[in-house]
Design a protein around this ligand. Sequence first.
Ligand SMILES: Cc1cc2nc3c(=O)[nH]c(=O)nc-3n(C[C@H](O)[C@H](O)[C@H](O)COP(=O)(O)OP(=O)(O)OC[C@H]3O[C@@H](n4cnc5c(N)ncnc54)[C@H](O)[C@@H]3O)c2cc1C
Length: 404
Amino acid sequence: MKRTNVVVVGAGPVGGIAAYYLAQHGLDVVLIEAGPNCAQDLRASTFHPPTLEMLDTLGMAQPLIDMGLKAPVYHWRERKTGEFFAFDLTEIADSTRFPYRIQCEQYHLARMLAAKLQDAPNAEVLFNHRMIGYQQGPDSVRVSIETPVDILEIEADFLIGADGANSIVRKLMKVEFEGFTYPEKFLCLTTTEPLEEHLPGLAPVNYVSDPEEWLVLLRVPSLWRVLVPANEGDEDDYLRSDAKKEQVFGRLLGKPEVETQHRTIYRVHQRVAHHFRDGRVMIIGDAAHLNNPLGGFGMNSGIHDAFNLCPKIVSILKDGAEAEPLLTAFNEQRHRQTREFVQAQTIANMEFIKEGNAEEHRLRRAKMAALIENPEARREYMLRQAMITSVRAEAARELAAAEM
Ligand SMILES: Cc1cc2nc3c(=O)[nH]c(=O)nc-3n(C[C@H](O)[C@H](O)[C@H](O)COP(=O)(O)OP(=O)(O)OC[C@H]3O[C@@H](n4cnc5c(N)ncnc54)[C@H](O)[C@@H]3O)c2cc1C
């Protein structure tokens, strides 16, 4: 039977990072992906400063920066008046080496990682391989994988499930995926239309508030993305129709006949697995937690999971550290971070942007205006939304635990 140190399931950005970290630190890794390549879908596009710092330790920040778009400024905008509040991350340049967001589609990172792993002597990437089961022994875990022609068994020291929202690893762990699903769907339209020519002063990232229909306008190197909530009763066929597209761009730009490249519908969830670990099996990324995209925390926090877990696995397998306390700490630290920061902040961001009556909207605008005028509050807000506050808090707790 094939033997390896770690099987990672899922070659999305989170599984790719986990596998690459482990391989870079001298462990044997097999990365299993059900699809024929890393999926080229329109999901994460924002990489926050702490994530860039983590990627930099693997030499992966610069390639991403080269491929993406640097966005030091993001806006909260008022749709009706065009008024905007600008948050400039260069103001927190004393807190990070990367005082900007990088806007780059997540599949670029996943594909770069898969290519690097394919060239590494101690790593293997198996596309068109679907993980279907596992069995744990006292010192190892046996992973069953469906290939195009048969069933492959691999014995490993550890199994990491980074297999996304419908994770089979999480289902096999029989863990509750607690939380809720938003009633409305989200529609993401992309276009090469230069939105900045229609909406003066537009930043690369814009959260646009409106009592009737909020939206997010995001720039990636080749496209603008327009994210809008759908009405609860709207059918998918209507959401993908020209009529809907014309309504969105007509209201936004006064120009309904804009050409779109993609029209994608998403269901959005706030869910956290009850626990992220079962013996030698761990889940990270969307397999372990899901949140709405406001703030761009889903993939980033999944990458942070990988950077919490993988050094612990390296300590266990390379330095002979005791597994139980380290893996227990991974579960507790990342579960806490997910609940206390990612879930809480994304729910708050959604509450803040979404529709309401005119009075609620006036209060939201007043709150944002007061925040932007107060340098301390503005700085605190930017550090939190850039994930710097939460990453520092976790690092401080980890240090305190190590010193006890
Ligand atoms: C519209 C939208 C915008 C978003 N924007 C942002 C953003 O700006 N920033 C951010 O941080 N997050 C964002 N997110 C969230 C982000 O896309 C996800 O958090 C991220 O994709 C999670 O990565 P992952 O690697 O955990 O899972 P995925 O990217 O879902 O990858 C999982 C992989 O596992 C594979 N797989 C599944 N089952 C199996 C199996 N049994 N065997 C083998 N392989 C399997 C799948 O084929 C897939 O390739 C956004 C999401 C949406 C919907």
